[in-house]
Design a protein. Structure first.
Lengths: 114, 113
């Protein structure tokens, strides 16, 4: 069964802290994504990655960075957390073949920045 | 750019009622269209999809038909259950950029017993 695991369900951090959100998939998928989900705005793409050590900016990359050192792991980094980064963060992955449009999601990390 | 507009919620229904959630899109070319569902406390999961005009996607009693002439992909279910309470997202994948999905804002559906 397909599985995307996000390391934390809930996080509370202080303004200015460096925050790491981790995501691991066990499907050997090439493509991985980070979104944030906010009420009334749906999902917005922050960053994505087609392969190890490869990354592309999404629609709202400001204030974020990512790391993909291994195929199964994709990390989202908030270099200096701010209150406007309080949100639900969702990780997803897809295969690199005809099924590449079907994204598999983790359960999400709800981040509060105080 | 590519975008999806879906009806605003929240939607509250009684069990066995008919559900429809409207979704329209703007895209270059012929996108693939999707409905994802997010149950409480969970991530999103694919509900159904359609990849070309007049295709009908269906799953778990839900249906949606890809209408190119009206650029729509409305979600319908004839008789909802309490277990259908969730947030529903319409999404598209453009042929020129088919690794990425553009999502609508989501519609929260609550079904009462």
């Amino acid at each position: 069964d397909v599985k995307v695991t996000q390391s934390s369900r809930y996080l509370v951090k202080r303004t200015g802290e460096k925050v790491f959100l981790e995501c691991v998939q066990d499907m050997d998928h090439e493509n991985m994504f980070w979104y944030r989900q906010d009420p009334g705005l749906g999902l917005r793409l922050i960053y994505f990655s087609y392969d190890v050590k490869m990354k592309e900016k999404g629609d709202i990359p400001e204030g974020y960075s990512v790391s993909r050192e291994k195929k199964e792991r994709f990390s989202l980094i908030l270099e200096s957390a701010s209150t406007n980064q309080t949100s639900m963060y969702l990780c997803a992955s897809t295969a690199g073949d005809q099924a590449k449009n079907i994204q598999y999601f983790g359960a999400g990390t709800r981040l509060s920045v105080l | 750019g590519d975008s999806v507009t879906q009806m605003e919620g929240p939607v509250t229904l009684s069990e066995e009622a008919f559900l429809t959630i409207n979704c329209t899109y703007t895209a270059t070319g012929y996108p693939s269209l999707f409905w994802y569902v997010q149950y409480p406390g969970e991530g999103l999961q694919l509900l159904l999809k359609a990849t070309k005009a007049d295709d009908k996607g269906s799953n778990k009693g839900f249906e949606a038909t890809y209408r190119k002439e009206t650029t729509s992909f409305h979600l319908e279910k004839g008789s909802v259950q309490v277990s259908d309470s969730a947030v529903y997202f319409c999404a598209l994948s453009a042929p020129t950029n088919d690794y990425k999905l553009s999502f609508g804002a989501g519609t929260t559906v609550t079904v009462r017993a």
